[in-house]
Design a protein around this ligand. Sequence first.
Ligand code: G3P
Ligand code: CA
Length: 235
Amino acid sequence: MPPELVAHRGASALRPEHTLAAYELAIAQGADGVECDVRLTRDGHLVCVHDRTIDRTSDGRGAVSAMSLEELSRHDFGAKLGDGPAPLLTLVDLLELVADSGVRLFVETKHPVRYRGEVERRLAELLARHRVDALMMSFSPAAVRRFKALAPAVPTVLLFGRYWPQRLPPFADLAGPGVHLLRRQAGRGGGAYCWTVDEPADIALCAERGVRFLATNNPAQTRGVLAANLTPDQP
Ligand code: G3P
Ligand code: CA
């Protein structure tokens, strides 16, 4: 089976990351799933923002955790790419889009953060209220363990960036190595979630190793590379 394609921050090679436009394009391109990072606002809303602050991705400045949803909503998250206005995306917005389209949703909680375990608590509550095929992910083993205790039925991915241990802890269902770790460790990757995979050689490596979920910034292009690998030119 070829890997399922997961649009990393939406089709973020082509649209501003974590915007509705990025996710709509990913779904239109036929992505099997979408990935997002979530953070808690000062007033307890989960919003789709990667960095601690909104400085890089919006026309505003400041830490997500220090701002209310209303304050964050005044900013444009499309301006930096000159792509036209794009409002802040909440996790509820994304859950509604995903529920309508039927793709999988991979939600990453970022740590360390000011509100610590409250992030996983809010995430478990929201996922219980929305009928979506979701997976929870984090680089923080404590966050994954906490979430698994709150929502045992939701699959979890423990992400690895520096070191990829041979065994997973019992609260993690899947390993989530960066593709740089896959390159270094021969024979591994079967059943894993691998990020962030945009180069043709890495895409081919993931397919060869039996990676289950491949996170890419450009689902349509990655699908093309996979198809070309599966049907090499005939002499
Ligand atoms: O999909 C996992 C990957 O997104 C982790 O890295 O920094 O892009 O969130 P980052
Ligand atoms: Ca992420």
